[in-house]
Design a protein around this ligand. Structure first.
Ligand code: ZN
Length: 313
């Protein structure tokens, strides 16, 4: 069994309108909604999970859509850009697709020898589609409009913006087993060799940068992946030993989680592969029912009433 951090598990961000969020991620970006549940700490709010067919760790983007929440602001102490991996020669196709859908994009560019296309979601959340140097062999979810030749394969990378990168870099290298791969300007690329994909974390150093504000269109936390709870508990001990505070293990129904704030201010989570999204829905039906954690099942009628109904066609 692998004892390492296996790259990214999921990234969680904040949105405003739930329907607009659903439409963008399933129709425009072509992801699969793999779970529709509620915020376990506030069951009047949805929690959406998008990913590939099975919601493989490293492909999972999750949202809390808080209706009416104001816009946040990217800045230091937060994850400021999510990178998706896409097939070679697909970027021009995406430019056309985004233009038709009214998605805000920036010029294609290159960093660390890889072509990428920046874009933002309807809440202003920042992304890139990146063509990785090595072909990404992960299976893509296909929709009517987004076929294998352009479909995202899951995460390529995440970017953290920091006033000083050193304390965060130390967590990545000394605890998580990443190594510094390259540097371009104030961007430092770290990578783990434990997995072929979703293996990159970029640290962007902005000594004079302003602190970010977490609200709509910003990332809430970044979850790293471990095989199981035994490995997770070993990492919990290592993090405690480096004098950082960390939560006990929390059951998120689809994985087990521990959370800690890394010294640069970003909320990190370590999440397990087990049990996965098929624990309460069969694979062909993932994301098609409103799933509630056990403690809320008795209040289902009241909770369903409080949530805005979602049009999924
Ligand atoms: Zn999480």
């Amino acid at each position: 069994m692998n004892q390492s951090i296996l790259g990214l598990h999921h990234i969680t961000a904040i949105a405003n309108n739930a329907q607009r969020n659903y439409d963008f991620y399933t129709h425009v970006l072509g992801l699969r909604m793999v779970k529709r549940t509620v915020n376990f700490d506030d069951p009047t709010t949805y929690h959406f999970y998008y990913g590939n067919e099975e919601g493989m760790p490293g492909t999972i983007l999750t949202f809390f859509p808080w209706e009416g929440i104001g816009p946040g602001r990217n800045g230091t102490g937060m994850a400021t850009e999510i990178g998706y991996s896409v097939p070679a020669d697909s970027l021009d196709n995406w430019v056309g697709r985004f233009r038709e859908a009214g998605v805000s994009t920036d010029e294609q560019a290159e960093r660390f020898g890889e072509q990428y296309l920046p874009f933002t979601d309807p809440d202003g959340l920042a992304f890139t589609l990146t063509v990785p140097k090595q072909v990404d062999s992960r299976p893509a979810w296909e929709t009517e409009d987004v076929k294998q030749n352009i479909a995202t394969r899951g995460f390529h990378s995440v970017t953290l913006t920091l006033q000083k990168i050193d304390p965060t870099a130390k967590v990545l290298t000394d605890i998580f087993g990443y190594r510094l791969l390259a540097q371009e300007g104030n961007r430092y690329r770290f990578q783990t060799d434990s997995v072929p994909e979703a293996a990159i974390v970029d640290l962007l150093e902005e000594p004079d940068g302003h602190a970010g504000r977490t609200a709509a269109g910003t990332n809430h936390h970044v979850a790293f992946r471990v095989a199981n709870e035994t490995v997770q508990m070993e990492f919990r001990e290592k993090i405690l030993a480096s004098h950082l505070q960390i939560t006990p293990k929390i059951d998120r129904d689809y994985f087990f989680s521990i959370y800690f704030r890394e010294p640069g201010g970003v909320l990190f989570e370590i999440a397990t592969d087990n049990p996965g999204f098929t624990v309460d829905e069969p694979l062909p039906e993932l994301g098609t029912h409103l799933k509630l954690p056990q403690q809320y099942e008795t209040s289902r009628t009241r909770i369903e009433k409080a949530l805005t109904a979602l049009k999924t066609m």
